[in-house]
Design a protein. Structure first.
Ligand code: 13P
Length: 252
C-alpha cells in the first residue's frame, strides 16, 4: 500500500499575510501521522513565506503550475528551478482549470511533466473528464488519452515519482463529489493503463481523488483501497476542515 497523500490546492486564494495565517492555524492543530503525507499548494507569491513557516515540519510544499522552460524570455512564467529554490517539492500539473480556462493542451502538460522531473520536482498530474464526456461514455478514453499523452516518453522508474490526481471536471467546485464507486472505477482503470504501458506495480501507484472533497465525504472515499488520498480545493482554505480530512485519511 502506498502512503496516503492529502494535498490542499489553494487556487487563487489567500494573499501572503492570509497564507501565513492559514499555515499557522494548520500547524497549531495538525498532528503528523506516518500513514499520511500532507502538502499545501499556495499561490506562487506566498510560496517562500509558507516555506519559511513550514520549516522542518513534515508538511510539504507544492506549486500549482510550472513553466516547461528552464529560463528565458517567457513573461509571466515561473520555472522549475525557481520553484525548487522557493521550497517546493511537488508541483500540480494539468489541473482542469489550467486545461479548460487557460487552454493548456496534453502536449503542454507533457512538456511540463518532463521539465519538473528534470529538476527533481514531483509532479501531481491531474486528469479528468467533463460531464458531457461522462454522459457519452467517453470517460475511459478521455483519461487514457490524457494519461498516455501526458506521460509519453517517461521510463518506468520515472513513474515512481508521479502522483496521479483523478479530478472529474463535473465534481470540481460543484459540491457534487464522485461516488466511491465512480472514483474507484476510474482509479482502477488508471492503474491498469500504467501497468500495461510501463509495467508499474499497481499497488505502488499513488492515485488521489479531487472534486468537492469535504470532511463529510472523505471517510467514505478513503474506504476504497483504490483511493490513496485527496486533492482538496475549497475545504483546504479552512484549517479545521483541511486537518480533519487529513485525520480521516490516517490508518495509524
Ligand atoms: P474543490 O474541492 O473546491 O471541488 O476543488 C477541487 C480541485 O480542483 C482541487 O484541485
Amino acid at each position: 500500500m502506498v502512503r496516503r497523500f492529502i494535498v490542499g490546492n489553494w487556487k487563487m486564494h489567500k494573499t501572503i499575510s492570509q497564507a501565513e495565517s492559514l499555515i499557522q492555524a494548520i500547524l497549531k492543530i495538525y498532528h503528523p501521522q506516518t500513514s499520511v503525507e500532507l502538502a499545501v499548494a499556495p499561490p506562487f507569491v506566498a510560496l517562500q513565506a509558507v516555506s519559511g513557516l513550514l520549516g522542518s515540519t513534515s508538511i510539504k510544499l507544492a506549486a500549482q503550475n510550472v513553466c516547461a522552460k528552464d529560463e528565458g524570455a517567457f513573461t509571466g512564467e515561473i520555472s522549475p528551478p525557481m520553484l525548487r529554490e522557493a521550497g517546493c517539492q511537488y508541483v500540480i500539473i494539468g489541473h482542469s482549470e489550467r486545461r479548460h480556462i487557460f487552454g493548456e493542451t496534453d502536449q503542454d502538460i507533457h512538456a511540463k511533466i518532463h521539465a519538473a522531473l528534470r529538476h527533481s520536482l514531483l509532479p501531481i498530474v491531474c486528469v479528468g473528464e467533463r460531464l458531457e464526456e461522462r454522459q457519452a461514455n467517453q470517460t475511459q478514453s478521455v483519461i487514457q488519452h490524457q494519461l498516455l499523452t501526458g506521460l509519453d516518453g517517461l521510463e518506468s522508474k520515472d513513474l515512481a515519482h508521479i502522483t496521479i490526481a483523478y479530478e472529474p471536471v463535473w465534481a470540481i467546485g460543484t459540491g457534487q463529489a464522485a461516488t466511491v464507486d465512480q472514483a474507484a472505477e476510474v482509479h482502477a482503470h488508471i492503474r491498469f493503463l500504467l501497468g500495461k504501458q510501463w509495467g508499474v506495480n499497481p499497488d505502488q501507484t499513488r492515485i488521489i481523488y479531487g472534486g468537492s472533497v469535504t470532511p463529510d465525504n472523505a471517510q467514505m472515499l478513503f474506504q476504497s483501497p483504490q483511493i490513496n488520498g485527496a486533492l482538496v480545493g475549497k475545504a483546504c482554505l479552512n484549517s479545521e476542515s483541511f486537518v480533519k480530512i487529513a485525520q480521516l485519511a490516517t490508518s495509524d
